[in-house]
Design a protein around this ligand. Structure first.
Ligand SMILES: [Zn+2]
Ligand SMILES: [Zn+2]
Length: 156
């Protein structure tokens, strides 16, 4: 990916100044949110190695890799919105990031999750996530998928 392209995480910063520096292991993600964003980009790019490496050992499973390979092959991610963060800063040991991620394949849908992160040996790791109910706009508001259509006219 050219380094000047806008980062897929939606930060509007160039990839190389955003998640690119973590995905290429040039730098370590300083906050839970930075790690979360870079993991989202890894899902977009099919970077299974990064997803495995940034998952905390306490919740790693023997079939993680197989499931991740399947997931990145079948799911096309369109957009990420970080909704809320709690702790997860450089001086914290734990952090929470609430986000909504939209996918268009295998179908249109959204993942609304509060992820939990732990910092160990100076690195943030994804531990697990709590699924939250989908964010549904009012009928006349813009759809969550980013189509620009009103919610009532989308996915009909
Ligand atoms: Zn980014
Ligand atoms: Zn829609």
């Amino acid at each position: 990916m050219p380094s000047s392209t806008p980062c897929l995480c939606g930060s509007e910063r160039p990839y190389s100044n955003c998640c690119g520096q973590y995905l290429t292991e040039l730098n370590i993600a300083p906050t839970a949110e930075a790690l979360m964003r870079s993991r989202y980009v890894a899902y977009c790019n099919g970077n299974v190695d990064y997803l495995v490496a940034t998952r905390h050992s306490s919740t790693r499973r023997f079939d993680d890799r197989i499931n991740l390979v399947k997931s990145v092959k079948t799911t096309v991610w369109e957009a990420l919105t970080v909704l809320n963060t709690r702790q997860g800063r450089q001086n914290n040991r734990t952090g929470y990031v609430e986000f909504m991620a939209v996918h268009s394949q295998p179908n249109w849908g959204q993942l609304h999750e509060r992820s939990r992160f732990i910092k160990e040996n100076g690195r943030w790791f994804y531990v697990d996530g709590e699924m939250l109910p989908p964010i549904l706009p009012k009928r006349n508001q813009a759809c969550w998928c980013g189509s620009g259509k009103k919610f009532k006219h989308c996915h009909g």
